[in-house]
Design a protein around this ligand. Structure first.
Ligand code: BT5
Length: 250
């Protein structure tokens, strides 16, 4: 029987913020969840829209069982597997660097925050995961980029508590596997679920800098390797869009 280390909160500002602030008292492998967030965080100061009925979760990893950049592979794959198990009809896939998409719309975002001590030494990682389960189309339309939920795709409400348990199991399996020298295996699986090689992509590097090119590969640190105008460019962070996003042959 699984021993679920899940700490359920009501309304919080952000589960990642809560997990970072209470890191010392939370056990390794705990999943902190909330009903709603008043200040859900995305990357680069962006906001995560967090109405009731969805998953807002932060998973605690203590120490440094693997490099920091591997944490988002575990979070993304766990969310992907939980969605596949709970709603098998959905066409879900990973979109570099840290999203889960359903067709052409975002259904889940991942934000990994490092926990450090006063000397900036790593103490662990908080894996933040937001998954749209039951948000209706009207609310999704208010988000500034294409977004969807399980409910919007299937018209079936999904039981959040059951889903959170599934997510917890997937996270724990991947965490254990990653801590036991299987991070290379996880990398290959994560890469296989991601944007396939040969796709034409546009990468936004900053407000003023964009590059376009062909995806040659995704490297061992999760970096995109793009051929662009005769050069090879490696991209470690950023936002990408993909042409002909559907019909990925896996
Ligand atoms: C992310 O950032 O996608 C990371 C989101 C992580 C959220 C979780 S919830 C639990 C934990 N606690 C937190 O405070 N955060 C984590 P990014 O790649 O920067 O994408 C943010 C962008 O996604 C926004 O600027 C919007 O365009 C879009 N967006 C916002 N809310 C959304 C939603 N609910 N569904 C789909 N897209 C959304």
């Amino acid at each position: 029987m699984t021993d679920f280390k899940i700490k359920e909160l009501g309304e919080v500002d952000s589960t990642n913020k809560y997990a970072l602030e209470n890191f010392d008292s939370l056990e390794d492998g705990t999943l902190v969840t909330a009903e709603t967030q008043t200040a859900g965080k995305g990357r680069l100061g962006r906001k995560w829209v967090s109405p009731e009925g969805n998953v807002y979760a932060s998973y605690i990893i203590k120490g440094t069982p693997f490099p920091h950049y591997c944490a988002s592979w575990i979070a993304g794959l766990a969310a992907l597997y939980a969605l596949r198990e709970s709603a098998p009809a959905l066409d879900v896939w990973l979109k570099w660097p840290n999203d889960v998409y359903c067709g052409e719309k975002k259904i889940c975002g991942v934000l990994c925050d490092a926990k450090t001590d006063s000397k900036n030494q790593p103490l662990g990682i908080v894996l933040g995961i937001g998954i749209n389960l039951n948000t209706d189309k009207k609310t999704l339309d208010l988000i500034d980029k294409p977004a969807t939920s399980v409910y919007a795709e299937t018209t079936c409400a999904i039981n959040k508590n059951d889903f959170v348990k599934t997510l917890y199991k997937k996270l724990t399996e991947l965490y254990i596997s990653g801590s036991h020298f299987e991070i290379d295996k996880i990398y290959h699986i994560w890469k296989g679920e991601n944007i396939p090689k040969g796709r034409f992509i546009e990468a936004v590097l900053s407000e003023t800098k964009t590059i376009t090119g062909i995806l040659e590969d995704i490297g061992p640190q999760g970096e995109l390797i793009i051929s662009s105008g005769g050069n090879i460019v490696k991209l470690y962070s950023g936002d990408v869009s993909v042409k002909n996003i559907t019909n990925f042959k896996r």
